[in-house]
Design a protein around this ligand. Structure first.
Ligand SMILES: Cc1ncc(COP(=O)(O)O)c(C=O)c1O
Ligand SMILES: NCCCCNCC[C@H](N)C(=O)O
Length: 367
């Protein structure tokens, strides 16, 4: 097998398939539809597999809704925190449903979206997020409407709602409790629409998640309110499917063993920096501990501290785990650091590079 030059993201379809099969089970057992949240993962070279197990996509912008329509197919939902006048007609022409973030946006564009299903984002003011930064229910949140009396005034112009208030939520009991609060507060409105999306952030493809209880809960919700339920899994679709393959460029000892690799968290795994989290390396065991560092100028560009069975040396490979979610969609040219290629391990085990990035891509991103 030819060696692929690092850095590169390696998407393993066999691992992706594990998530897809769980999503297919949830669709079958609950009747819910599953839309890939492109904001999390939009590497369309593996949509050939994903579209066999999911109903379509949901988006956050004109570009994402076009990508979903063109590259994934199925049902295409459009959502954005705010649409601009100059883009709304093109968004509508690429969407099966459009969800507005506010009553103001709905009133501004409902007429132009008259021929497709229109929805409104609800903010239940409770969420599972442990990060203020990613908490849609944060104080003064701009994400969605919560005043039932005001929502009442536009019920004639919508056929559905979207409620996204889960974030990395592996706790089914918490999901169940929060859904109960939503039913309590918005039940009268939910009974008057045809569809409700429960957003993403529900970690139902994780190990030991009570899938049958989850499906039963979704089915009960759908039956109680007479609605089609949608899920918008991002992380749950691609978790543990992808690695970021990097190479050690230098080692040094500055009180700790340091290994500098040919990648950067600020450029290639930005969420580690945003949420101040460590990357994952497996297995993380052995007699030799190293701080694995990025090669950008940022002093805190550090993947994390890990254990290795042997001392690391220049040229050694390190596989950073769980590198699909919010990575390729956020990758950037900070410091002009070489952009990781994208490779796919097919179901038959063959590996192919589907995209490489070079200087021309870097220069084109700047002028
Ligand atoms: C409206 C909406 N749907 C779906 C998602 C996907 O969430 P996750 O990747 O956690 O599943 C998000 C994430 O913010 C979101 O805002
Ligand atoms: N792993 C650290 C927290 C990640 C939070 N992800 C938030 C995703 C959500 N869809 C968003 O974009 O806000």
């Amino acid at each position: 097998m030819t060696t692929i030059a690092t850095p590169y993201y390696l998407i393993d379809k066999q691992k992706l398939l594990r998530n897809m099969e769980k999503i297919a089970h949830v669709r079958e057992a609950s009747g819910a539809k599953a839309l890939l949240a492109l904001k999390c993962f939009a590497t369309w070279s593996v949509f050939d597999l994903m579209r066999q197990y999911m109903d379509g996509t949901t988006s956050s912008s004109l570009n994402e809704v076009k990508l979903g329509r063109e590259k994934f197919g199925g049902e295409t939902h459009a959502y954005s925190v705010a649409y601009a006048d100059h883009e709304i007609d093109e968004v509508i022409s690429n969407a099966d449903k459009i969800i507005f973030n506010s009553i103001g946006q709905l009133e501004r564009f409902a007429g132009r979206a008259g021929h497709i299903a229109r929805g409104l984002r609800l903010n239940p003011q409770v969420s599972s997020s442990t990060f203020d930064l990613a908490d849609p229910a944060r104080p003064f949140s701009r994400l969605g409407e919560w005043d039932v009396a005001r929502i009442e005034t536009v019920m004639d112009r919508i056929s559905g709602f979207m409620i996204h208030n889960n974030c990395e939520n592996a706790d089914f009991a918490l999901f169940d409790r929060m859904l109960g609060q939503i039913e309590e507060r918005f039940g009268a409105l939910l009974s008057r629409v045809e569809w409700v999306s429960l957003g993403g952030g529900i970690h139902f493809t994780g190990d030991d998640y009570p899938l049958d209880a989850f499906c039963a809960r979704l089915k009960a919700f759908a039956q109680r309110f007479g609605v089609q339920v949608y899920l918008e899994p991002g992380e749950a679709s691609i978790t543990r499917s992808t690695t970021l393959e990097v190479t050690v460029l230098d080692t040094l000892f500055n009180g700790k063993n340091l290994a500098i690799v040919d990648s950067s968290i600020e450029a290639h795994m930005l969420d580690l920096l945003i949420y101040r989290e460590s990357a994952k390396v497996a297995p993380n065991e052995g007699d030799h501990s190293y701080m694995v560092c990025g090669k950008s100028c940022l002093a805190g560009d550090i993947f994390g501290e890990f254990r290795f069975p042997e001392e690391l040396k220049v040229g050694d490979r390190v596989s950073i785990q769980d590198a699909a979610g919010y990575t390729m969609v956020k990758k950037n040219w900070f410091n002009g650091v070489k952009m990781p290629s994208i490779a796919v391990r097919e179901l038959d085990g063959t590996v192919k590079v589907v995209r490489e990035f070079g200087f021309d891509d870097y220069a084109a991103s700047l002028s």
